[in-house]
Design a protein around this ligand. Sequence first.
Ligand SMILES: Cc1cc2nc3c(=O)[nH]c(=O)nc-3n(C[C@H](O)[C@H](O)[C@H](O)COP(=O)(O)OP(=O)(O)OC[C@H]3O[C@@H](n4cnc5c(N)ncnc54)[C@H](O)[C@@H]3O)c2cc1C
Length: 208
Amino acid sequence: MTDYLTKTDAGYDTERSGYNLSVEHRPEVVVPAASVDDVIAAVRYAGEHGLGVAVQATGHGPSRSADGQVLITTSRLDGITIDPAARTARIEAGVRGGALVRAAAEHGLAPLNGSSPEVGAVSYHLGGGLGILGRGLGWAVDHVRAIEIVTADASLLWVTATSHPDLFWAVVAKDSSASSPPSRSTCTRSPGSTAAACTSRPTPPNAP
Ligand SMILES: Cc1cc2nc3c(=O)[nH]c(=O)nc-3n(C[C@H](O)[C@H](O)[C@H](O)COP(=O)(O)OP(=O)(O)OC[C@H]3O[C@@H](n4cnc5c(N)ncnc54)[C@H](O)[C@@H]3O)c2cc1C
């Protein structure tokens, strides 16, 4: 792994700190990821050293501390590719909601964004994502088509409902009952996922 920060390095405190200061991370190592290869290297490093992996995009929603783990920060992964014909967006792991709205708007499209432009778009989607267009178009997670994931063994996978159905449903939804629709409220996230693709829809005429 070429570029990482430990507790004694300048920049460690800045890199580990997210927006929500109620959770104070003291990771063993912080990896400021700038590419998929950085994420793969970080996951591999964690495996080789018996460490857990945590991910931070913006730190708006940390649910638990990354103490003693390898913390991958994704804010530099801010690429957005809009396909206007397909009305889809491919977003990297550090993209924020506001940036996605602006990029989609250039094509007359709108994503199913939430209330804050500062929240990370990937975890917003994978956490369900109930936004201002939700009453008409539903949960954002239901529009996710594919997710590029770095798995725990540091493999890079392009995961769709048909290519890796079990993993896809584990990420976008977790269903405890085989006969009922997947429950969005209990969906899980996969450590180290680096990008997500989601549909973008035109703004309805009566949208706020
Ligand atoms: C001001 C504000 C407004 C909000 N408004 C809405 C709203 O309107 N609708 C709604 O549904 N929700 C809303 N939320 C909730 C928000 O969508 C979640 O808290 C979301 O998880 C924040 O994501 P983040 O990337 O910004 O935060 P982070 O703290 O960086 O990440 C949140 C979680 O996702 C994990 N994670 C981040 N990136 C990845 C990745 N690439 N791979 C794997 N795991 C990852 C992190 O480890 C962490 O557990 C709001 C939150 C805030 C603070």
